[in-house]
Each structure stands twice: as C-alpha cells, then as structure tokens.
Design a protein around this ligand. Structure first.
Ligand code: AMP
Length: 225
C-alpha cells in the first residue's frame, strides 16, 4: 500500500497533533510539515520571517496569512519529488486552506484526508501547561511533566539541553490561542466536510490509543494516487 498520503491534522493547540504526527508520518512519505516548528526555527535564527512572526507568536496570535503561506510553499518546494506529507498546524484560516488547495492543484495533487482531533478544552489547558520542550535548534523534543517527563528532570533525553516552557504555553496565552482556534480555524471543519475529507479522532485517550485509531483510519482511507 502506498505510504504517500497527503493529510492535514486539524485540532486546537494541545489536542495532540504533534504527538500524533510523530507516529503517523511514516504513512505520509516521512514528511511532517509543522508551520509552528518552522516559525520557531525562523525566530531562533533571527531571519526576516522570524522577526515578523515573533510578535504575533508571543501574543498567541496567528502570524499573518501571507507570511505563513510563504513558509509552507517554501517547505513544499524544497522537496518537489515527494508526494505525501502530514500538515500539522496548517491551514489555520480559510485563506490558508484556499491557498493550500491552489498549491496542490498546481502540483496536480489532492488531499487524502483531514484528521480532526477532538479533545476537551479542560484537558487541553492541562496538557499545554505541563508541556515542556527542548529549545535546541534541530532537536525540539517535546515532553509533558505529567504524562511524558524527560528521564533526567529538566534535561532533554536526546541532547541534554535544559527543557523549557514555550512562552506561548503560559495560561493567559493558552486562552488566547484557544479563542483564535474557535474563531479562525474551527470553520475549516465545514470547509473540508463539504469536500468529504473529514475523519474524526478522539484525542482524549492515551497517545497510543489515539495514534492506533488514526493509523487504522488512514489505512482505510488509502490515497488518491
Ligand atoms: P503551533 O506550534 O502549531 O502551536 O504554533 C505556534 C504559533 O505559531 C501559533 O500560535 C501561531 O502564532 C504561529 N503559527 C503556526 N502555524 C500557523 C499558521 N498556520 N497560521 C498562523 N500562525 C501560525
């Protein structure tokens, strides 16, 4: 069976997209495209895109569409022969969803599935408050103080750097990000439902249970090419 599916992971921040992506990426040509990771790398490198994005990210706001669309296009163009991908954190607005549709059309490609992760809001807030990540460029391991602590407290298992709380995972910013999701991103569910692409996953269980359900679902969906 082809492993080159083109999949969008949709769900609020903290729904478990990143954890799920790590496990699903083998079904998607090994290409995990997370715009949040790309933007954080740009901020850390002090690039013009990073300087533009930082102020929005620190507030928990969305980075303007034209900036993020440019970042994603560049990522897709980097590897023109790859067919599959797993999009994590993109699209987040109708304008981004439409731009993605056009980008794929130009490449004569279509999406195979949009996985909608349903996770209750109180669980999301708890998860995000307990999330810690490795700030080292190229590492970026993600931990959770309650469910997935690093082996040595406060230090990354992979590279030994001190793990930190993302500045946008502070409680006041978490609320702002969840509000943004409801206003800007939740309407995409209807956009993709109209195209018969939405598959719902329960994100409240363990990472193993969620990924097993998602894998089984993707295997049933298959790929359009
Ligand atoms: P994430 O790691 O996906 O939670 O993204 C972290 C932050 O990066 C978000 O709160 C936004 O400020 C920004 N960001 C990531 N992806 C997008 C996107 N598709 N559109 C707008 N802003 C984004």
């Amino acid at each position: 069976m082809s492993t080159a599916r083109r999949v969008v992971l949709l769900g609020p921040p903290g729904a478990g997209k990143g954890t799920l992506a790590e496990r699903l990426v083998v079904r998607c040509d090994g290409r995990h495209l997370a715009t949040g990771d790309m933007l954080r790398a740009a901020v850390a490198d002090g690039t013009p895109v990073g300087r533009q994005a930082k102020v929005f990210m620190d507030r928990g706001d969305l980075v303007p569409d034209e900036v993020v669309i440019g970042v994603l296009k560049e990522a897709l163009d980097k590897n023109p022969n790859a067919r599959g991908f797993l999009l994590d954190g993109f699209p987040r607005t109708k304008a981004q969803a439409k731009a993605l549709w056009v980008m794929l059309d130009e490449r004569m490609q279509v999406l195979d599935a949009v996985l909608l992760i349903n996770t209750p809001e109180d669980l999301i807030v708890r998860r995000l408050a307990a999330r810690r990540s490795c700030p080292k460029a190229g590492c970026g391991m993600v931990y959770n103080l309650e469910t997935k602590p690093s082996k040595k407290i406060g230090l990354c298992d992979r590279c030994g750097s001190e793990v930190v709380q993302r500045s946008d995972d502070k409680p006041e910013t978490i609320r702002a990000r969840l509000n943004k999701y409801q206003v800007e991103t939740a309407p995409l569910v209807e956009f993709y439902r109209a195209k018969n692409l939405v598959y719902e996953i329960n994100g409240a269980g363990s990472a193993e249970a969620t990924s097993a359900a998602a894998m089984a679902m993707l295997d049933r969906v298959g790929t359009a090419d």
